[in-house]
Design a protein around this ligand. Structure first.
Ligand SMILES: Nc1ncnc2c1ncn2[C@@H]1O[C@H](COP(=O)(O)OP(=O)(O)O)[C@@H](O)[C@H]1O
Ligand SMILES: [Mg+2]
Length: 193
């Protein structure tokens, strides 16, 4: 099984935290992020049930020009959305059952985490922490926390892996740029100090 790195070697590069008021604000944050993401990018999502992981993916899909409605891949484990605007695919994974390793997600998942067969996909992985040592790097790691009924804290960070294969390391500047390009404030969302 190929894997890009060991989680134990991770180092944090860029990290930003936001507060979003209502699902639309979380979607908008994700939409702005995905609009500048390059093919091969992996976005991992962690947080309790109802924290907003699927909502965030909905925003990623919107930013990539996906027209299909995004739903949780809880049972299918993988949904693939054509992202019209930039001829990309958004691969939406649910890693809840992945404690035993990536194999449980199927071949397509591994491919997605490596940028897709032809490098034209962006992967979004809910419950990514369950991948443990199989977590890919570099990646954008998103953690959502329930603060109040409509309020969420959304931490977005780029996780790099020293020693990752060159092809993976090439992705890092693009991920950094995407996170840095996020505005500090927009309707319903603001950056936290
Ligand atoms: N600020 C917010 N961001 C995201 N979701 C929110 C927010 N406020 C309320 N919600 C609601 O919380 C729920 C999040 O559900 P979902 O995205 O499916 O979570 P998860 O995939 O993490 O289980 C939705 O019902 C959504 O409308
Ligand atoms: Mg979900």
């Amino acid at each position: 099984m190929t894997r890009r790195s060991f989680e134990s070697r991770r180092s944090f590069e860029t990290r930003r935290s936001f507060e979003t008021q209502g699902p639309e604000a979380t979607e908008e944050l994700a939409r702005r992020l995905s609009a500048v993401l390059l093919p091969g990018a992996v976005v991992t999502l962690d947080g309790d049930l109802g924290a907003g992981k699927t909502t965030f993916v909905r925003g990623l899909a919107a930013g990539l020009g996906c027209r299909d409605a995004v739903s949780s891949p809880t049972f299918a484990r993988m949904h693939v959305y054509a992202a019209g605007a930039r001829e990309l695919e958004l691969i939406h994974l649910d890693a809840w059952s992945a404690r035993a390793g990536l194999a449980v997600l199927g071949d397509g998942a591994l491919e997605a985490l490596e940028g897709g067969a032809d490098g034209r996909s962006i992967a979004a992985v809910e419950w990514a922490e369950r991948l443990g040592p199989w977590l890919p790097a570099p990646r954008i790691a998103v953690r959502l926390e329930h603060v109040a009924e409509e309020l969420r804290r959304v931490r977005i960070e780029v996780v790099a892996a020293p020693g990752a294969p060159p092809a993976a390391a090439d992705l890092l500047p693009g991920l950094e740029a995407a996170v840095r390009a996020l505005p500090t404030e927009f309707a319903g969302a603001r950056e936290l100090a």
